[in-house]
Design a protein around this ligand. Structure first.
Ligand code: DGL
Length: 256
């Protein structure tokens, strides 16, 4: 699996919990994060390079943990690679539509993901009568990266981004970015009636189904996580917290 950086570890944690018989390789493109402010062309090129690296490690299935990479590169990688490829957007959309009562739904994501229209397109394909409210939450990623989860300023930013959606009577929103699940508690405190969809949980279920359908699900306990990052800096002090509880066998720095 890969992500633009470390945020995708939220998806990895769910996958490890759901699939104890599988071994995982996590690739975080920490040297080039964030993808969320970049163009489709660049995100496609980066995703292609990362996938080639992972194929060199003999993977049997690829999970694109990054929403922005899924938005721009999922269909491309599906065509190019001979292994099953799963992105985080469709599982999130399925859960969003299963959860909403009034079909007024919100999409919270990076600018680049919102601009791609990937969520809105898939929602309307499945439920043409849905009303979709998109919100690019550009400040959420830096706040989470800084570890500012419970700060007053974070509360104000949440208020700013979400109050319009709530005014429009949106009842369910998908957290369409790897970092946003870490803000779940703060969002719930301010908007307790809003249903939040965490695509990492849904992606773990979808991965499990895809392994089964493709006949490649491991039957014997294996486990183990290898992590590759394109840059390791001393600002990654939250790496240890994110990795807590995962059986990580190595964290290596690589160049593509
Ligand atoms: N991983 C990205 C996503 O899920 C968020 C961080 C970034 O902008 O690279 O969209």
């Amino acid at each position: 699996m890969f992500d633009s950086g470390l945020g995708g570890l939220t998806v990895l944690a769910e996958l490890v919990r759901a699939l104890p018989n599988e071994r995982f390789i996590y690739f975080g493109d920490t040297a080039r994060v964030p993808y969320g402010a970049k163009s489709a062309r660049i995100v496609q090129r980066y995703s292609d390079e990362v996938s080639r690296f992972l194929l060199g490690h003999d993977i049997k299935l690829l999970v694109i943990a990054c929403n922005t990479a899924t938005a721009h590169a999922e269909s491309l990688l599906r065509k190019e690679l001979s292994i099953p490829v799963l992105g985080v957007i469709q599982p999130g959309v399925d859960a969003l539509l299963a959860g909403t009562q009034n079909r007024r739904v919100g999409v919270l994501a990076t600018r680049s993901t919102i601009k791609s229209g990937a969520y809105e397109r898939r929602i309307l394909e499945r439920e043409p009568s849905a009303r979709v409210y998109n919100k690019a939450c550009a400040l959420f990623v830096p706040l989470v990266e800084e570890g500012w989860i419970d700060k007053r300023v974070t509360g104000l930013v949440i208020q700013e981004y979400l109050s319009e959606l709530v005014r429009e009577e949106v009842d369910t929103v998908v957290l369409g970015c790897t970092h946003y699940p870490l803000l779940k508690k703060s969002i719930r405190e301010q908007f307790p009636d809003l249903q939040l969809i965490d695509s990492s949980e849904e992606t773990a279920r979808a991965t499990s189904r895809l392994l089964e359908e493709s006949g490649i699900r491991s039957q014997t306990p294996a486990g183990g996580v290898r992590i590759f990052l394109t840059d390791i800096t001393d600002q990654m002090n939250h790496l240890e917290t994110l990795l807590a509880g995962l059986a990580v066998s190595s964290v290596e720095e690589v160049q593509l």
